[in-house]
Design a protein around this ligand. Sequence first.
Ligand SMILES: [Zn+2]
Length: 102
Amino acid sequence: MKLAVRKIALERMQILIDNAISNAKTNPELSQRQASLAQKISMRHNIRMPYILRIVFCKKCKSFIAPGINSTIRLGRTSVKSIRISCNLCGHTYRKIIAQSS
Ligand SMILES: [Zn+2]
């Protein structure tokens, strides 16, 4: 039963983030609300957001940053597979090593 709850929560977070990203341009307020709702679900159920969902939140200012709208994502040029994410709201840039997924 607990697993089912987890699965539903994860699906809801995914949907919320997807919607937040697609609304970021046309309705920034709505997209912020959807993103923070996803964060709340994550906290309430104590579920860590999957990597792909976490990159849409700035590490520094914690804002929702839609890829290509509030943030710039660049692939690293080094041999280590990484991406560089720049937050357009606070200017913070950070690097993420792309984890090897099995
Ligand atoms: Zn930021």
